[in-house]
Design a protein around this ligand. Structure first.
Ligand SMILES: [Zn+2]
Length: 249
């Protein structure tokens, strides 16, 4: 049942379904990083570089619900009830997505797996297709750097215009460029709030990182470097794989 949706095979192995003898190269990448590590930016850069889709979990559910697929509607029933979507349902939504033609050569997963339980479920699912996670790319940023990045957000009192102390500072400190009102910080953006929220997120991330260290898929890139250098580091880390993404030669 599962095999029908996915046109996947091991790199270099002949794909003998329906007599087709193409060699199919597939690169399945899991992108790992804490909030604020720059995962979204790097996922887009990798997508453009490798020509394989970036599959972010939030988009995945939105698309499945929009298209009203059976498993999408199942996921929606949990979300409507304010519950977490169970891992087995998420895996089936993912399977549906990976079965689409644009993912035939691989995909970049972003936001899944988030826990070791999910990582193991993903491994089991992929093993059923003779596949595995080829690379788990970690954009590594120390916790205090993350706090600094994430706590730099300020908004103006009058209209909520957003600023960031490092990335998008106002011309005059503490004053909105547009309407001159005072800049304030939301409770969610205060360092102590962010530090508390990060603690649990980083614990989950660390466990997933250890999981992929164990499978041998882990590659780590220093996320404190400039964006272009991080991108180059991620692509370089993929160069160490035995599966070459298409069009990279
Ligand atoms: Zn303003």
């Amino acid at each position: 049942m599962l095999g029908r949706a996915l046109a996947w095979t091991r790199p270099g192995r002949r794909d003998q379904r329906d007599g087709d003898e193409r060699d199919v190269l597939v690169t399945l990448i899991v992108l790992l990083g804490a909030p604020g590590a720059g995962k979204g930016t790097q996922a887009a850069a990798l997508r453009d570089r490798l020509g394989i889709p970036h599959i972010a979990t939030g988009d995945l559910f939105r698309a499945a619900i929009r298209d009203a697929t059976p498993v999408g509607l199942e996921a929606k029933s949990y979300m409507d009830a304010g519950q977490l979507v169970p891992d087995d349902v998420t895996i089936r939504v993912l399977e549906e997505r990976l079965g689409r033609p644009d993912a035939a050569a691989g995909a970049i997963l972003d936001g899944f797996p988030r826990t070791v339980v999910q990582a193991r479920a993903l491994d089991t699912f992929l093993a059923g297709h003779g596949r595995r996670v080829d690379a788990a790319l970690l954009i590594d940023v120390p916790a205090e750097d993350l706090v600094e990045r994430l706590s730099g957000r300020w908004i103006c009192r009058a209209a909520g215009h957003p600023y960031h102390v490092a990335m998008n500072p106002p011309q005059v400190a503490g004053i909105c460029d547009i309407d001159g009102s005072a800049l304030v910080q939301r409770d969610d953006d205060r360092p102590e709030t962010i530090r508390a929220r990060l603690a649990s997120q980083l614990a989950d991330l660390d466990a997933v990182v250890e999981h992929y260290r164990g499978t041998g898929a882990l590659r780590t890139v220093d996320g404190r470097r400039p964006i272009a250098e991080v991108s180059a580091g991620l692509v370089g880390a993929l160069g160490a794989l035995d599966t070459a993404p298409p069009g990279r030669a």
